[in-house]
Design a protein around this ligand. Structure first.
Ligand SMILES: [Zn+2]
Ligand SMILES: [Zn+2]
Ligand SMILES: [Zn+2]
Length: 346
């Protein structure tokens, strides 16, 4: 079973996975790709995954059979497990708790060889519907403080299986990066009585230099202080703290924006590895010891998606200082992406 371990010097939690004995050779760089005949995500291999917890398929067809569009299954090798209690305790200066959580895989397409940039808007919308359905279900478990939806595309971005998929992790602690963003938004709201992200959207639209996509409902920009080349943020114009409360039209709009910029990235940068992360509000669990815990979230937080192509490595200076060096100013990144045809093939 994995564990959450607390580092008192770095003031951070680390998940230590120890449910499978690993050997040094497991860490040799290996780009061997899994073939369709053995891929557990391909149709006909539904029995190779745990039973599905959600699927989009033709009504009337049996679960865990073929003929699906999107399928969500528990991870067969979960980093976090759903059963049991946290058992939080100290070990001298350290703290430890059991790796309780949920770890699910969203299989985005039955087709082994198509990536999200190949999908229609309706297909991407189906993936977003799967995220929404799982977020609504997982938030019913009061142990989960945060539900993290993310996608790894390409080996360098952490996707050893080429078949298009994303993941959902339910964790018993609000992740520090999430919490920092939530607190910044709350403080801004308290000081200004406005949502920071609504204000950012307004400033980016006025400026225009970093805008890549704008259809009047969704906006994609290269962040002013991008850490990485071609880093992107996707914002809905309409204020809403919780992705899981968005309606089908919102998901369709998000899918259209995502498709547009994924195709631009693929065409401009020759299918780069990337990660995207859904930034949405934590489930608002009642906390007797914190009666006002996240109570202003609906006003001060604004869901969005952050996307980072993995084109550069984090080197010593960044690792040591936390200052990122970005060789592609976001104004240039946006100009290159605006100048790329999303509909051509690369
Ligand atoms: Zn496959
Ligand atoms: Zn807002
Ligand atoms: Zn964010």
């Amino acid at each position: 079973m994995s564990e959450f371990r607390w580092d008192p010097l770095k003031s951070t939690w680390v998940i230590t996975a120890n449910h499978r004995a690993r050997e040094p050779r497991d860490f040799f760089l290996d780009r061997q790709q899994i073939q369709t005949s053995t891929c557990p995500f391909c149709p006909g291999h539904e029995g190779k995954t745990p039973p599905e917890v959600f699927a989009l398929r033709t009504p009337g067809l049996a679960a865990n059979g073929p003929e699906w569009q999107v399928r969500v299954v528990p991870n067969k090798f979960p980093l976090l497990r759903i059963e049991g209690e946290l058992g939080r305790r100290t070990e001298g200066l350290y703290e430890i708790m059991r790796g309780i959580g949920a770890h699910e895989v969203v299989i985005e397409t039955p087709d082994h060889d198509r990536t999200m940039a190949d999908f229609s808007t309706a297909e991407i919308s189906g993936v977003l519907q799967a995220y929404r359905a799982r977020l609504l279900d997982l938030r019913r478990d009061p142990r989960f403080r945060y539900l993290q939806v993310f996608k790894n595309h390409g080996f360098e971005a952490g996707a050893p299986l080429p078949h298009a998929h994303s993941q959902i992790m339910a964790v018993p602690i609000t992740p520090p990066t999430t919490k920092a963003e939530l607190l910044v938004c709350r403080d801004y709201f308290r000081a200004n009585d406005r949502c920071l992200i609504c204000d950012l959207i307004g400033q980016e639209l006025n400026d225009g230099r970093r805008v890549i996509y704008d259809d009047g409902r969704f906006l994609v920009v290269a962040p002013y202080a991008s850490c990485f080349p071609f880093e992107l943020r996707l914002f809905p114009y309409r204020h809403g703290h919780d992705f899981a409360l968005q309606d089908d039209a919102d998901l369709d709009g998000c899918a259209a924006a995502l498709r547009n910029v994924l195709r631009r990235l693929r065409n401009l940068l020759r299918d780069p590895p990337f990660n995207f992360i859904l930034h949405t509000a934590p489930p608002m669990q009642p906390r007797p010891e914190h009666p006002d815990y996240w109570s202003t979230l609906a006003f001060d937080y604004h869901w969005h998606i952050e996307l980072v192509p993995r084109l550069s490595r984090i080197a010593g200076f960044e690792w040591g200082s936390g200052f990122f060096i970005n060789l592609m100013p976001p104004e240039d990144a946006a100009r290159f992406l605006r100048g790329t045809d999303p509909d051509s093939s690369f």
